[in-house]
Design a binder for this molecule. Structure first.
Ligand code: NI
Length: 171
């Protein structure tokens, strides 16, 4: 088990466009294991490679099944994921981020997405997601493009949130 240090907002790597993975090798497999270890250690439901300082297009998610149903948790490791399709219908729900601890705000996103990616074994995967899974996938894919959820707030709300963040980091 290897838990890596999580980069906080302000770190440059979180603002870079991550590089596509060219080859699935031992280094990638180690990265995937460490991402899972780090996500579980932090109690998160998603983590992208830039958040552990690695600017590559890899993410992990573990989203619980819908409450009150017997739906299984959705665990995915995705390499070079893209949003292939997104619904016009949007949803507004609260989000947080392991790289911005203590901040939660409502973000509007497409309600349903189709995500295409490679699995760590090199096979193609296609995920049709709604609800929390759709939100988490979009949030994590944003990380691969250097985008944080606070960027998706109104300018007014964003200013307030950044102020609160800076204050909390000084304390
Ligand atoms: Ni995040």
């Amino acid at each position: 088990m290897a838990v890596r240090r999580i980069e906080m907002m302000g770190s440059r790597v979180l603002r870079e466009e991550a590089a596509p993975v060219q080859e699935i090798d031992d280094e990638l497999r180690r990265l995937v294991r460490d991402l899972l270890d780090t996500m579980y250690d932090a109690g998160g439901i998603g983590l992208a490679a830039p958040q552990v300082g690695v600017s590559r297009r890899v993410l992990v998610v573990d989203v619980p099944g819908e409450e009150g149903t017997d739906a299984a948790p959705q665990v995915h490791t995705l390499v070079n994921p893209v949003v292939a399709d997104a619904s016009a219908q949007t949803e507004r729900e609260s989000e947080g981020c392991l790289s911005i601890p203590g901040i939660e705000e409502s973000v509007t996103r497409p309600a349903r997405v189709t995500v295409e990616a490679l699995a760590p074994d090199g096979k193609s995967v296609r995920i049709e997601a709604d609800g929390l899974l759709a939100r988490v996938l979009q949030h994590e894919i944003d990380h691969l493009d250097g985008v944080l959820f606070v960027d998706r707030l109104s300018p007014f709300k964003r200013r307030l949130v950044l102020k609160k963040w800076r204050k909390s980091r000084q304390g």
